[in-house]
Design a protein around this ligand. Structure first.
Ligand code: NAD
Ligand code: UGA
Length: 436
């Protein structure tokens, strides 16, 4: 059993803290957001993540997981401190490092014994050395410490399972012994462990996210070609995915990628490349293709309705993906703005993201029930593929609508069934529809 401090109780920090506690460690989770820490002490989760509340409560009850806003309290007796604060996009696409810098300074000011500082945030290549400089210069008296990069690969919505069953653990450090100690903490996860240098570990994270984003943008381009040529992208992706060199994951065509990570990380990697004079031509195309998906959705609905002006359009789903309340860079935001700019009035239903969406989309009327939301709609758009949308009573949904037009941006429904039900239906990349 080790004592671990985790800084930041967001998607990564809270999941990391709760999972390390569940593995038997004593974990102190710290955040500067007092409301978040007060809430956690009362059992209120700051984010929606399936299974997280139960995991947190179990470990709090077992006396393995604690919450605080005090760095002095959090670092007392702690051998490892994990930094898991946000690294959002700055004005030019670079990663905004102010939260990492603040965390590093607070660690330096409050540490009272040797410490291994583990960076879990996604940070520009070179950050490990930079954090070491900050800590060194902010320490009131010199105490030994090491910096280890340990990028996180979990996904929102399946964060606990991803943390507990990673495909790999990547560790980077100039101090091999420190990296090996951090490796020990990860042994119960039974994943391959790659120990490398700091910069390489930091780069592995960006390269991985950029590759996955590229894979999605690639299948989206294939979807457009399928649509034009009369092929079905879902079957094409299935056929491609059987090839082990390709694999079936991240081949779902639709409205493209959003969220708090792919957009900012691809942008930050392109920024780093350009700063060094390396033209990131693939990354730029991948980004442009992705944002075009959102405009494509607006154009498709416009064409299906014969104009947007005065039309009432309902959005099924707002979150950037299912099983999360995260609205950061959600395609729904740009799609809603595009439809509103065309003169449409918007309604929406999302199982958990509406609270976060209200401030971002004040002109969109939100409803607690998808059938009530669909009432009087000229068209519906599936923006997020929540499981509950697969179970909707489609006949009932259609009866509510003024005209039964449905653009399925995530290919949730079967085109043939939808037509049988009397919907004017279009999916993404399902060109064989044209041949029927
Ligand atoms: P988040 O915004 O959900 O949470 C960050 C937390 O850090 C907030 O609660 C904030 O109050 C706290 N914080 C900010 N400054 C602080 C400070 N000085 N001291 C203590 N707490 C502070 O962020 P997130 O989504 O968990 O992402 C964190 C990092 O992990 C990012 O670099 C992100 O790119 C990376 N990442 C995220 C995911 C994901 O799925 N969200 C997956 C892998 C990696
Ligand atoms: C992604 C990565 O998958 C994680 O490995 C990584 O740790 C994380 O970013 C991060 O660095 O924060 P996440 O953003 O939570 O995780 O979600 P994904 O499931 O990867 O989906 C990202 C976006 O791509 C979503 O908007 C989703 O709708 C879209 N997507 C995903 C597709 O359009 N098609 C697919 O086949 C898969």
């Amino acid at each position: 059993m080790e004592q671990i401090c985790v800084i930041g109780v967001g998607y990564v920090g809270l999941v990391t803290g709760a999972c390390f506690a569940d593995l038997g460690n004593r974990v102190i989770a710290l955040d500067v957001n007092e409301k978040r820490i007060e809430g956690l002490k009362q059992g209120v989760m700051p984010i929606y993540e399936p299974g997280l509340k139960e995991l947190v409560e179990r470990n709090v009850r077992a006396g393995r997981l604690f919450f605080t806003t005090s760095y002095a309290e959090a670092l007392k007796g702690t051998g490892y401190v994990f930094i898991a604060v946000g690294t959002p996009s700055g004005v030019n696409g670079e990663a905004d490092m102010q939260y990492v810098a603040a965390a590093a300074r607070s660690i330096a000011e409050n540490m009272t014994a040797p410490l291994i500082i583990v960076n879990k945030s996604t940070v520009p290549v070179g950050t490990g050395d930079w954090v070491a400089d900050i800590v060194r210069s902010a320490q009131p008296r010199p105490l030994p410490f090491s910096v280890v990069s340990c990028p996180e690969f979990l996904r929102e919505g399946t964060a606990i399972a991803d943390f507990m069953n990673p495909h790999r653990t990547v560790l980077g450090s100039l101090d091999r012994q420190a990296a090996e100690k951090v490796a020990q903490l990860h042994l119960p996860l039974n994943a391959p462990i790659l120990i490398t240098d700091l910069r390489t570990a930091e780069m592995i994270k960006y390269a991985s996210n950029a590759f996955l984003a590229t894979k999605i943008s690639f299948i989206n381009e294939i979807a457009d070609i399928c649509e034009a040529l009369g092929a079905d992208v879902r079957e094409v992706a299935k056929g491609m995915g059987y090839d082990k060199r390709i694999g079936p994951a991240m081949l779902e065509a639709g409205l493209g990628w959003g969220g708090s990570c792919f957009p900012k990380d691809v942008k930050a990697l392109a920024y780093m490349a350009e700063e060094k004079g390396v033209p990131p031509s693939i990354l730029k195309t991948v980004m442009a293709t992705n944002y075009e998906r959102r405009r494509m959705a607006v154009r498709k609905v416009d064409a299906m309705l014969g104009g947007l002006n005065g039309k009432v359009i309902g959005l099924l789903g707002l979150a950037f993906k299912p099983n999360t309340d995260d609205m950061r860079e959600a395609p729904s935001i740009d799609i809603a703005h595009g439809l509103i700019a065309g003169g449409a009035r918007l309604r929406a239903y999302d199982p958990v993201a509406m609270e976060n969406a209200r401030a971002l989309l004040p002109a969109v009327d939100m409803f607690d029930d998808p059938y009530v939301m669909a009432k009087g709609c000229d068209a519906l758009i599936v923006v997020t593929e929540w499981n509950e949308f697969k179970q909707l009573d489609l006949k009932k949904l259609k009866r509510q609508m003024r005209t039964p037009v449905l653009f399925d941006g995530r290919n949730v429904y079967d085109p043939v069934e939808m037509r049988k039900l009397g919907f004017v239906y279009q999916g993404v990349g399902r060109g064989y529809e044209a041949k029927e």
